[in-house]
Design a protein around this ligand. Structure first.
Ligand code: BGC
Length: 462
């Protein structure tokens, strides 16, 4: 390659990194919105003088919005394009955050969080899709893991910012400040190019080539990539029809749903959405609750690196076994400490350590791996549909878990609630053994062939 061409590819790489960074910002927005409510709720509860049940509705309304957003996103991004979907969700992020900050009643807050949820649902479906479509082939895995990592960083930053504003009891600030990164995200996505794959889908090959030329810099690479996209698009997405007609596809859709149910019933979002409340129940004062929650967020970020480092080396199933075992132990001990009442400082310390252990167990296993598996097990023709269905399941289950947690604590008992989730995690070890395939080092085509030939689900991988 001559010097001019090399500079062109170097420039293109930088452009591609910029584009990927912006799309990954969607992950950050996702995380910020998940994390922010945990620290705000005690002040909201005080100001509006509302019950735990009302708090559950305020917390979970966002997840219902996200379920609807995720269900709409496939249609939006197909008809209007990936870029316009992201711009739409960016606008909803800003509007939703401002509405939350100015909510005049609990009902208004529920509505505002539903709007925010729509934004997350759309962004959480479209951004990974967009990332996968614009990433150079050799960077695809890394870019998608980056997106996961951004979610956990977003949660952590929200926990920190909540901690800061807790000193002035500023729940409106906590919720409103997110409009700022939302506005940056919106400005950023406005400058993104449309996805080349979508452009080819809409028969705009020349536009697709122009975008790819900017991203890749090498005309030969561009020509072959456009040809490859056209080849892939000869397999049209026909998820719903395939679902009705093909039993094997129904099995993989079922597995995707089950995986997401399992991910949520680990209990992770009890901690992500209610950590300060859990620390309050352990007997800590407000500022300790907030700082411990920030530590939970940091632990979640750091342990995600473990997953990124190990999934492709150790494999999915051993990591899941280890993760569920660690989570069962962590929550089991927390339950036991809640039961005995934690009389000594050592017991208090142990309770926090065990909650952190639980978060570590999730972040290196079910957190990232469920998403990975859900995208690996679907056959090409039904991939959008299959991933869409499992994503919507994720949000519905998050909704159920966050809508019931305080009710469980109050009526079923603190210790019993943690034991219940500990028991779920123990059962999920069996679930992994019985139903989850090992997909490490297997091509998606091999998985598809085995699935469609009727092999047992646990055997469609290696
Ligand atoms: C889950 C979310 C959760 C997050 C925590 C994700 O994998 O799907 O529900 O809030 O991890 O890091």
């Amino acid at each position: 390659m001559n010097t001019v061409a090399m500079t062109a590819t170097g420039h293109a790489r930088r452009h591609a990194v910029f584009v990927a960074t912006l799309a990954a910002l969607a992950g950050l927005m996702f995380g910020l919105d998940v994390g922010v409510i945990s620290g705000a709720q005690q002040f909201i509860q005080r100001e509006f003088a509302i019950s735990d049940a009302a708090i559950e509705h305020i917390v979970s309304s966002m997840t219902w919005g996200a379920a609807v957003g995720a269900a709409l996103a496939a249609w939006l991004s197909k008809h209007f394009g990936r870029k316009r979907s992201l711009v739409f969700s960016g606008s909803l992020f800003v509007i939703g955050s401002l509405l939350c900050a100015s909510a005049w009643s609990p009902e208004a807050l529920i509505g505002a969080r539903f709007v925010l949820g729509l934004a997350i649902g759309i962004a959480a479906f479209t951004a990974p899709l967009y990332l996968a479509e614009i990433a150079p082939r050799d960077r695809r895995g890394a870019m998608i893991s980056t997106y996961q990592l951004m979610i956990t960083i977003g949660i952590f930053v929200a926990f920190l910012s909540d901690t800061g504003f807790s000193y002035i009891e500023g729940w409106r600030w906590m919720l409103g400040i997110i409009a700022l990164p939302g506005a940056l995200f919106l400005l950023g996505v406005l400058s993104l190019p449309e996805s080349p794959r979508w452009l080819v889908l809409k028969q705009r090959d020349a536009d697709a080539s122009a975008v790819l030329q900017k991203l890749r810099g090498d005309p030969d690479a561009v020509r072959s990539e456009v040809a490859e996209i056209k080849e892939q698009l000869r397999t049209p997405q026909q998820g719903w029809r395939l679902f009705l007609e093909n039993r094997n596809f129904r099995r993989s859709v079922g597995l995707g749903i089950a995986l997401q149910v399992v991910q949520q019933l680990t209990g992770i979002n009890v901690v992500m959405y209610y950590a300060p409340r859990i620390f309050a129940d352990m007997g800590y004062a407000t500022d300790a609750q907030m700082w411990f929650t920030a530590i939970v967020g940091l632990t979640n970020v750091l342990a995600t690196f473990i997953a990124i480092g190990f999934v492709d080396r150790i494999g999915r199933k051993p990591i899941l076994y280890a993760g569920f075992a660690v989570m069962a132990i962590g929550l089991g001990v927390v339950g036991w400490l809640m039961h005995t009442g934690m009389a000594t400082p050592a017991e208090h310390f142990l309770a926090i350590a065990m909650l952190l252990l639980f978060v570590v167990g999730f972040a290196f296993s079910a957190g990232p791996l469920v998403w990975t598996l859900c995208s690996e097990i679907q056959p090409l023709k039904g991939r959008d549909f299959g991933i869409g269905v499992s994503t919507v399941t994720n949000w519905i289950l998050t909704g159920i878990v966050t809508l019931t947690f305080l009710t469980l604590l109050n009526n079923f008992g603190k210790a019993n609630t943690f034991w219940l989730y500990a028991a779920f995690n123990a059962v999920f070890i069996l679930f992994t053994w019985a139903l989850v395939p090992e997909t490490k080092g297997v091509t998606l085509e091999q998985i598809e062939r085995k699935l469609m030939s009727g092999k047992r689900l646990r055997d469609i991988g290696a």
